[in-house]
Design a protein around this ligand. Structure first.
Ligand code: AMP
Length: 227
């Protein structure tokens, strides 16, 4: 079982519900030296803690809208510093950021200044009709960000997290109406982001309709380039 021979700085792109959280959990288990940050999880914990950012984010999230770029860029930049991810030796995965072209530019600029460029951006390509069909079956464990699907990837005990046994909850933005808005938003923003990374030669795509189909392809891709 080989591990990574050089630092991995990876971003997962993909429509909401494409399984970014699930793929992240599986990658981290396989490559324990990689750390991860999900901006959605950070925002949900800020909301739970009632912070200023949490208050600002709450309405946007409920409506399926994006949080303004200045807030998001500020939040992610301070997390990059706190987590010491600007050290070129660190290996990490960002899930849910960037979601706009402006965010992509800001991230690139900050990494560039610290001599640690992104070296892999993977688009999880899942049929959006399939995503819409299964979104109402999605349940989450908010403290850890672990994601389950009652039909495809059920918890061992119904509605309980596998690791902590704590109750799972539904996300308030996982209703059909709000979800469609989030998908529309994704489709509107993603092309310039993909073009930006494609020009840098770091963009890859893995396709499939379930996490079990996508994961082996993703792992093989990481091993091919970094194993
Ligand atoms: P997620 O868990 O990644 O689906 O994120 C949930 C929600 O948090 C999104 O629908 C947005 O409202 C907000 N959010 C997460 N990441 C970002 C980001 N990079 N930029 C703007 N809004 C974000």
């Amino acid at each position: 079982m080989s591990s990574l021979v050089r630092p991995l700085r990876i971003i997962l792109l993909g429509a909401p519900g494409a399984g970014k959280g699930t793929q992240t959990t599986r990658l981290l288990k396989r490559f324990p030296k990689v750390q991860s940050l999900s901006t959605g999880d950070v925002l949900r914990s800020q909301i739970a803690a009632g912070t200023r950012i949490g208050k600002e984010a709450s309405d946007h999230i409920k409506q399926g809208a994006l949080i303004p770029d200045t807030t998001m860029v500020g939040l992610v930049m301070s997390q990059l510093e706190q987590l010491k991810w600007l050290d070129p030796k660190a290996s990490w995965l960002l899930d849910g950021f960037p979601r706009t072209y402006k965010q992509a530019i800001a991230l690139d600029h900050s990494l560039d200044q610290n001599d640690c460029r992104l070296n892999m951006v993977v688009e999880l390509d899942v049929d959006q009709k399939v995503i819409l069909d299964r979104i109402e079956a999605r349940w989450v464990h908010v403290p850890s960000g672990r994601v389950y699907n009652i039909d495809y990837n059920p918890p061992k005990v119904p509605f309980k997290d596998d690791i902590t046994g704590e109750p799972l909850t539904k996300r308030s933005d996982d209703t059909a109406e709000v979800f469609q808005r989030r998908l529309d938003q994704y489709n509107k923003e993603i092309e310039p982001i993909k073009k930006f990374y494609s020009n840098k030669g770091v963009l890859y795509k893995v396709s499939g309709d379930t996490s079990d189909i996508i994961y082996p392809k993703l792992e093989a891709l990481v091993l091919e380039k970094f194993g």
